[in-house]
Structures are given as structure tokens and as C-alpha cells.
Design a protein around this ligand. Structure first.
Ligand code: DLL
Length: 436
């Protein structure tokens, strides 16, 4: 049998999982009620006391939490423990104003390391592996989250962070990394720079990539797997809930992320009505934490759009699967009435001949209509003449129209002209005027 970090928890029968969830949900609601004024106020408003929860279905009676709650109670107002009991803070930058701050007790950090170690093992990492960690270190949860998870697994961590790509490539080779942790867009940059330098990473010891922190597509997975010669596995998480390690694909199926249900309850709702949708229906992922001490979250609206399946997985794990996140609610574009996520455009672009798998979408408004310009890059071996670029642009435009049904402008740029990322890629440049 394959290695599992926590076999009993990962294969727990679903009925037993549900019983554990209810027990832990009661503790979480009690923690939130007793220690966080906002949660207490909201629960009182609907007349719910912690002892009232009789079944998991009662969860749907509880109010949602949203990102704005964290901002409104900046910096420590949602913490259920006094500041002195916090062992660490993380924060996400946010585009404007104050960051979103999250905190962890020592026990929370241990839980996080366990879940990240479980995720890594699920993806195919093993004790004794060299784990090259190119997630950014700092306030972002990616770097330290993967770091302590790899240590907890019993691996040897190389704490690289993002950037200095030539050096990363040298160390991947020289230290014999078997596991690479990075955003998928940065993994592609590593592949690109290695190829340019004449280093064939497919012949290195790399076998597994744990990629996440941004939406990506199946086409991108294929591209990365071919160019780096590894198995690319999807890793999901968000700071407000934990950081990386909330859910992870298994190496066996690579078909959806096992959401760790002994620590979280996952729901999918219709983002407009807030009502739960049937299993398998696309909607917004909502997560309730079950074991967090410092920052318990009740029905947190992630704004991530996906579907859930409780169908048994071939790997034998009993935890439900979250399908690939297609994007955030806020990133959805409405182009002449058609709803489109950038990752859907990516799925069309990546793998097309004569272009490199780097792109940006520029959104602008003409009159009352949104318009998308797709900026792509010609492949290295394409002759840099206007005719060739016009032909490629036309072909891509046609492909997007026929696959997604939207009309776009396509601008073909020279190799290297699309900005490369070291962390989360900026896929969209929104030039629309801000409506207040
Ligand atoms: O990105 C945590 C993380 C680090 C996950 C490393 C995986 C690997 P935040 O910076 O708070 O935390 O951003 C969370 O990123 O709500 C999603 O919109 C997006 N995201 C994270 N993982 C994935 C994924 C980290 N696998 C936000 N696929 C989330 C698609 C993802 N989107």
C-alpha cells in the first residue's frame, strides 16, 4: 500500500467522519461564541446558542462570514485568543488598504503542519525526500506553510522562496530535489529558464510538484508535467481558513482535491441566493473550520468557484473531493452576457501551436460593454515578422470564439514580453473605470 501520513484519519468511514465533524463543530461554535464578539452578536441575533446544534444540517442555519469581517475587525478583532497566546501572524496583501490578518496558536501551527504533511504525502511526497520550496516566505502563507509541512513529513526542506530562478535550477539539480513546491505559473518559469540554459530538468530527480495558490487549468498541468518531467498535483488553501493544506489532490487519481473533512466542513452555495446547491453543481465554496483555536471561521465564503463530489476515490481516501477551482467570483468576466473565468481562456491557450503558455487578459469597457484583449506570446521558434504574428493572432482569436463563444482582441507579443511571476501570476489587467 502507498504511504499515508495519517492513514486512520484519511480513510475514516464517512459516518464516523460526520460524527467527528458534529462534535468538533459544537466546540468551534462554542469557541467563536464565547471568545469573538462578532460571532456572538450574529449567533444571538438568530437566537442560536452553542448547545443548540443537534445535527450537521443545523450548520446551514448559521450566518456566513466574509472577507470584509476580517478587514472590519483589523487587525486582531476576530481572534478567539488573546494576542499573547498567538505564536504567529500571517497577512495577505490585498490590492487596496489594510491587509487581511490571520493568527495561529502553537496548537494551530501544529495542526497546520500536520495537514500540510498529510497533503504532501497525498501528492506523493515521502519522508526522506528533498523538498524544494519556491513558495514565497514571509507574510504569505505559502512559504512557511509548505516548509513546516515538509519538516513534519520528515523531508529535507530547501527554503528557497521565489525568484533567482537560475539559482533555483542549480539547487534543484545539485540537491536532488524530488518534490517542487511553487505556484504553477512560477513552475513554468523555472521550466522556461532551465530550457534556455540547456538544463534538462526532466532528467533531474524531480518527481512531484505541489502547485497551487492560483487558478490553473488541465492544459497547464499537462504543459508543466511534460516540461518538468514530474507529476503536477493541485494544492489548495487560503489564509483565512489555514493557508496551504486545506485540500490536496492524490497522486493516484489527480482528479480533484481531497478536502480534509476532519478539520473543515465544506459546502457549495449559490453565490446569489446563498442557498446550498446539490452535490456536483458549481457554486461558491464555503468552509467552516473545526479545529482552529485562534481564528475559528463559521461558514466562510471563499468566493472560489468549484464543485464537490463525495464519490469514493480510487486512492481509498474517504474525504470528499473539491474539483479544480475555476476562479474567484470577483474574477468572473461578463463578456457580452457570457460568463468567463480567466482559467477557461487559459485552457484554450495553453498547448496551442506557435505560442508560449504565458498570457495576460486586459479588460476594458467600450460604452456599456466589457471587452477583453488577450495578450499572448509567440513561441521562441516563430519568425518575428508581422505576417506570422497576424496569422497566429487570428488563429487564437478563432479558437477562443469557437471554444468559449466570446469575441476577443488578440495581441501577439515577442518571446519574453509577457511579465513572468515568482508567485501568484497577474492574469488580468483591469482598465475599466471604477464605479463607486
Ligand atoms: O494562496 C495559500 C496557498 C499557498 C495555497 C500555497 C496553495 C499553495 P491566499 O494567499 O490567502 O492563500 O490566497 C487564497 O488563492 O481563495 C484561491 O482563490 C486561490 N487559490 C489557492 N489555491 C488554489 C488552487 C494561499 N489550487 C486564494 N487553485 C484562494 C485555484 C487557488 N486557486
Amino acid at each position: 500500500m502507498r504511504y499515508r501520513f495519517d492513514p486512520a484519519a484519511e480513510t475514516m468511514p464517512r459516518a464516523q467522519l460526520a460524527a467527528l465533524q458534529l462534535k468538533r463543530l459544537r466546540q468551534t461554535v462554542k469557541n467563536a461564541y464565547q471568545n469573538v464578539p462578532l460571532h456572538r452578536k450574529r449567533l444571538r441575533k438568530i437566537g442560536v446558542e452553542p448547545g443548540d446544534l443537534k445535527s450537521l444540517e443545523d450548520l446551514t442555519r448559521l450566518p456566513f462570514s466574509v472577507k470584509g469581517d476580517l478587514r472590519d475587525h483589523y487587525p486582531f478583532g476576530l481572534f478567539a485568543r488573546p494576542r499573547a497566546q498567538l505564536a504567529r501572524l500571517h497577512a495577505s496583501s490585498g490590492t487596496t488598504g489594510k491587509p487581511t490578518v490571520v493568527g495561529y496558536t502553537r496548537k494551530d501551527l501544529a495542526t497546520w503542519a500536520d495537514l500540510m504533511a498529510r497533503s504532501m504525502a497525498c501528492a506523493g511526497a515521502r519522508p526522506g525526500d528533498v523538498v524544494h520550496n519556491a513558495y514565497g516566505y514571509g507574510l504569505f502563507t505559502g512559504g512557511l506553510g509548505a516548509h513546516y509541512g515538509a519538516e513534519r513529513l520528515g523531508a529535507t526542506v530547501v527554503p528557497m522562496s521565489g525568484g533567482a530562478t537560475e539559482r533555483q535550477i542549480m539547487l534543484i539539480k545539485d540537491f536532488g530535489a524530488r518534490v517542487l513546491c511553487a505556484t504553477p505559473s512560477y513552475a513554468l518559469v523555472i521550466a522556461e529558464v532551465a530550457e534556455k540554459e540547456g538544463v534538462d530538468l526532466r532528467r533531474s530527480r524531480l518527481k512531484i510538484g505541489l502547485f497551487g495558490a492560483e487558478p490553473w487549468s488541465e492544459a497547464m498541468r499537462k504543459e508543466i508535467q511534460i516540461r518538468l518531467g514530474l507529476k503536477a498535483v493541485d494544492l489548495y488553501g487560503l489564509s483565512e481558513i489555514l493557508g496551504p493544506g486545506v485540500a490536496c489532490e492524490c497522486e493516484e487519481a489527480q482528479a480533484g482535491l481531497h478536502g480534509w473533512e476532519d478539520h473543515f466542513i465544506f459546502e457549495v452555495i449559490d453565490p446569489d441566493s446563498g442557498k446550498p446547491v446539490a452535490e456536483g453543481t458549481q457554486g461558491e465554496l464555503v468552509i467552516t473550520t473545526l479545529t482552529k483555536e485562534a481564528l475559528p471561521m463559521l461558514r466562510y465564503r471563499t468566493r472560489d468557484i468549484t464543485r464537490i463530489s463525495t464519490q469514493r476515490c480510487e486512492c481509498g481516501r474517504s474525504h470528499l473531493r473539491i474539483k479544480r477551482i475555476i476562479g474567484r467570483n470577483d474574477d468572473m468576466l461578463i463578456i457580452r452576457g457570457v460568463n468567463v473565468y480567466p482559467s477557461q481562456i487559459e485552457a484554450v491557450l495553453v498547448g496551442l501551436p506557435e505560442i508560449a503558455p504565458h498570457y495576460q487578459l486586459v479588460i476594458d469597457r467600450k460604452g456599456s460593454l466589457d471587452q477583453v484583449t488577450v495578450e499572448i506570446e509567440a513561441a521562441q521558434d516563430v519568425a518575428p515578422d508581422p505576417e506570422a504574428y497576424a496569422r497566429i493572432g487570428g488563429a487564437v482569436r478563432h479558437q477562443i470564439k469557437s471554444m468559449i463563444g466570446i469575441s476577443t482582441e488578440v495581441v501577439v507579443k515577442k518571446p519574453g514580453e509577457i511579465p513572468r511571476s515568482q508567485g501568484k501570476a497577474v492574469r488580468v489587467r483591469d482598465l475599466r473605470p471604477i464605479v463607486r
